[in-house]
Design a protein around this ligand. Structure first.
Ligand SMILES: *Cc1c(COP(=O)(O)O)cnc(C)c1O
Length: 852
């Protein structure tokens, strides 16, 4: 019989074990093994099959509850876990010591969060990164509040048809069975936000809170009593639906997200954010809502639009995560006109100003990324290479400047070690008193002291666990594909804990090239089946439900792996998620990544492998381009510049096979008299020492705090005091933009030396300029100089400000300075004028520059 309705009865915990409830609803358990042990002890079978504290609690019978409440050993462990959580939540941490004047709170917006497998609100890298960011911020004591949506069906669950075609299902999540608490008003009613919709009732959402250690994550949910069907559907699933559906989701995330933060602060007394960090364009509407608040007088004195925009910019950090123009979020302009009309989402914010913020070359399109840049004074990409690619991609927004001066910096992503490092390896590192996040020299000494046989034994155990997990997943998958147990005896022999294990798991967009390894199937077969040096491959990944191309790639791979000759050496495991990832990274000896360079903005899976002693085998893209040092893994040479994609794939696949056959397999199987692969273990050790300190999410979060959050809060505080600074800055920008056409470099003289310049001397320069209505204080007159290349280009120009030397009648000014001639060779210089104001974060901020 089918139930017409279902609900969850939460257990009433006897007083002595009431702490179980607190521990289950703070997701710190997901990276704290002793707390996991408490739940495992409470209900071992349920824990083993779900790894979910809320389900463990739901399964406890009255009898079991009473038993636990009088079990002294259990109570002691429970007490320790509770005490550990209490200390974790209240102790001063890095931020309290290092940033006493840092922002009081930072709001972090993302369309997805991957915190734990039991809260499936992510599709891939962006979500996992957001989850790791919150966890690391919590560990460091950084006062962040996360803002996202609660998707009632999450992303999707992947299985395979008999033919190897991806099948999607969307199980319904019940918030009562998730580790969430409802945010409530004082009278007990659910706290909500609402957003006006064109010609219809308001869109209403309630607010759930997931506690990620010290960090609250607010999740908005439109499935509220009495809401029309099309409103309930807004938070149905992640990345599904048509363009209007996506717009409604982004309205809710941005506008609703800011409103939810206000409600959360009002109810809990949490400080209001001083910095707003938006990830990708999806949450860009948060800026419009804050402009609405500021212009309406709801927060502060009722500012003019331009001044409100300055306040918003100063306090906003925008992170772009895609290097692919096609990956940019865009809407038809007509939809924006509809949703931001005068009775729309942000009443009082003029529609023409909204449209101007998202304007790009195509007048019919509203571009969320360009709005992101226009509403954020600080912006970054997620690896050095991606920063460079982003500066190229968005150069058009700052055409008066060289690409290198485009104000997009980079902070390389990181991963949360307590979540991703195998428990036994964490245990070993703790036993050594080592800390990848501490003094690097000490960490290196500690790792160097681990005997090879111990490390190898550990790695074998990790491989063993992966093999066990993979076999049970394979069996379940084949059952789903219609096979009977009688046909599945071979699975007991699938994979081996002694064979060189290579992992490849990620989403399946075409640039990640899932099937590059199949370029020459015969050669791959030989590599897998080599009698002396066999290789095994564990592969996983979901294709977007609308991406038939991606599903074809999965099918191609599954068909290859189904072949009875190789199926014990290559497996495709359906439904890649955090639960699968946890044993997968530690179990792999090599982590393979072969994207089409430079389309991998950063990539984080290889970092998780490295932290577990896995060696990376990757195209030099994203983070690997930055941190591969020749000894901590292998670089697959990429055929950049080869335009024919087939040719390029052939070249890169062939380089991949060569590395596997000639470098990797021999090194793994080459054993010393003790049976240990000494050269392999040296490399493993070097991987840990050289990469572990860099790839940590704590390093990433500290970089964000120091380089972006701290400066953003300083900028925004400088505009405060009734926002007089913002009004002044907005008026100054308008005046400078108006007056700029009259700014000219009229004439440049270089004194003396000229052709006979010698190293060690300097070259005096005088520039005669006209500033029209602007004053010398409004501008910086700069000397740009450096090595001359090609057609008089200056390579990596150095910039020195010239000083005002003389003022002539008629407004002509003379600025002077000198170029130090510190090396020989071809030399070039020029003079340029740019706006100058203490509140600018970058010289390119106004996009204005005049060159001689
Ligand atoms: C780390 C991780 C990803 C992201 O991997 P990339 O290398 O960035 O593609 C995706 N899904 C899961 C489950 C992960 O753990």
């Amino acid at each position: 019989m089918r139930a017409i309705r279902r609900f969850t009865v939460r257990p009433v915990l006897p007083e002595p074990i009431a702490a179980l409830g607190t521990l289950a609803t703070n997701l710190r358990w997901s990276w704290h093994a002793p707390t996991q042990d408490v739940f495992a002890a409470a209900e071992p079978e349920v824990w083993a099959s779900t790894q979910d504290p809320v389900r463990v609690l739901g399964a406890l019978t009255r009898g079991r509850l009473d038993e636990l409440a009088s079990d002294d050993a259990f109570l002691e462990r429970l007490g320790q876990a509770q005490a550990s959580l209490d200390a974790y939540l209240s102790d001063d941490r890095w931020y309290q010591r290092a940033m006493p004047h840092g922002p009081r709170s930072i709001a972090y917006f993302s369309p997805e969060f991957g915190v734990t497998a039991v809260l499936p609100q992510y599709s891939g890298g962006l979500g996992i990164l957001a989850g790791d960011h919150l966890k690391a911020a919590s560990d460091l004591g950084v006062p962040i509040v996360g803002v996202g949506l609660l998707y009632r069906h999450g992303y999707f669950t992947q299985s395979l048809s008999r033919e190897g075609w991806q099948q999607e299902s969307y199980p319904l999540l019940d918030p009562d069975e998730l580790p969430l608490t409802a945010l409530r008003e004082a009278d007990g009613s659910p706290a909500t936000v609402s957003i006006a919709q064109p010609g219809g009732p308001d869109l209403v959402a309630r607010i759930w809170v997931a506690k990620v250690g010290r960090v609250p994550l607010l999740l908005l949910d439109t499935d509220v009593e009495g809401a029309p069907e099309h409103h309930v559907a807004v938070t149905d699933r992640l990345y599904g639906g048509d363009v209007e559906h996506r717009l409604r989701q982004e309205l809710l995330l941005g506008v609703g997200g800011v409103r939810a933060v206000r409600v959360h602060s009002r109810i809990t007394g949490a400080p209001e954010p001083e910095v707003y960090h938006t990830n990708e364009g999806h949450a860009g509407f948060q800026g419009l809502e804050r402009i609405r608040e500021l212009t309406s007088g709801e927060s502060g004195p009722g500012l003019p639009f331009d001044a409100a925009r300055e306040v918003c910019r100063a306090s906003t950090v925008f992170t772009t995560h895609t290097p692919v123009p096609a990956g940019i979020d865009r809407f038809p302009r007509t939809l924006i006109e509809q949703y931001f009309s005068s009775d729309g989402a942000t009443p009082g914010v003029p529609l023409d100003r909204v449209l101007a913020l998202g304007a790009e070359e195509d007048p019919g399109v509203f571009n969320m990324a360009v709005m992101g840049f226009r509403l954020a004074q600080r912006a970054n990409g997620v690896s050095e290479l991606h920063g460079q690619v982003s500066r190229g991609m968005f150069h058009g927004l700052w055409p008066a400047f060289d690409e290198a001066e485009v104000p997009i910096t980079s902070i390389t992503n990181g991963v949360h070690a307590p979540t991703w490092v195998a428990r036994e390896l964490q245990g070993l590192i703790a036993e050594l008193g080592a800390d990848a996040d501490g003094d690097p020299a000490e960490f290196e000494r500690a790792i160097a002291a681990v005997p090879f046989d111990r490390m190898w034994g550990l790695k074998h155990g990790m491989r063993r666990r992966l093999v066990d997990d993979a076999r049970s997943r394979l069996r379940a998958s084949w059952h789903g594909r219609g096979a009977s147990d009688a046909e599945l005896g071979w699975i007991d022999e699938a994979l081996s804990p002694d064979v060189l294990t290579i992992g490849f798991a990620r989403r399946v967009p075409s640039y990640k090239r899932l099937t590059l390894m199949l370029r020459d199937p015969e050669r791959l077969r030989r590599i897998l089946l080599d009698p002396d040096r066999p290789v095994q491959l564990v592969i996983a990944g979901k294709a977007h439900p609308a991406d038939d191309g991606g599903k074809r790639l999965i099918q191609e791979l599954v068909r290859f792996a189904d072949d009875a000759e190789v199926r014990h050496r290559i497996v495709f495991l359906p439904d890649y998620d955090i639960a699968m990832a946890l044993p997968l990274y530690p179990g792999c000896d090599v982590w393979l990544n072969n994207p089409l360079r430079p389309y991998e903005a950063c990539g984080t899976s290889g970092m998780k492998a490295a932290l577990n002693g896995g060696l990376n085998l990757s195209i030099l893209d994203g983070w690997w381009d930055e941190w591969h040092d020749g000894g901590n893994g292998w670089a697959i040479p990429s055929a950049d510049g080869v335009d024919d994609p087939d040719k390029r794939d052939d070249l890169e696949a062939s380089a991949l096979y060569d590395l596997l056959e000639h470098e990797i397999a021999p090194r793994f199987y080459d054993r010393d008299p003790d049976g240990l692969p000494a050269r392999w273990l040296e490399m493993l050790r070097h991987t840990l020492v050289s990469l572990a300190p860099k790839v940590l999410a704590t390093r990433m979060v500290r970089d964000y705090v120091r380089e972006l959050y701290g400066p953003a809060s300083s900028s925004s505080r400088a505009l405060d005091g009734g926002y007089a600074g913002a009004v002044e800055l907005a008026e100054w920008k308008a005046r400078v933009a108006d007056g700029w056409p009259a700014v000219r470099v009229e004439h440049v003289e270089s004194g003396g030396a000229g052709d006979a310049a010698e190293v060690g001397t300097s070259l005096p320069v005088r520039a005669f300029v006209a500033l029209g209505g602007l004053s010398p204080d409004d501008v910086s007159v700069q000397l740009a100089w450096g090595r001359a290349v090609g057609d008089d280009e200056i390579a990596d120009p150095q910039l020195t400000p010239l000083t005002l030397a003389e003022t002539y009648e008629g407004g002509r000014l003379c600025f002077s300075g000198a170029i130090p001639l510190d090396r020989s060779g071809a030399f070039g210089y020029t003079v340029r004028i740019v706006p100058r104001h203490p509140r600018l974060a970058s010289v390119a901020e106004l996009g204005l520059a005049t060159v001689a």
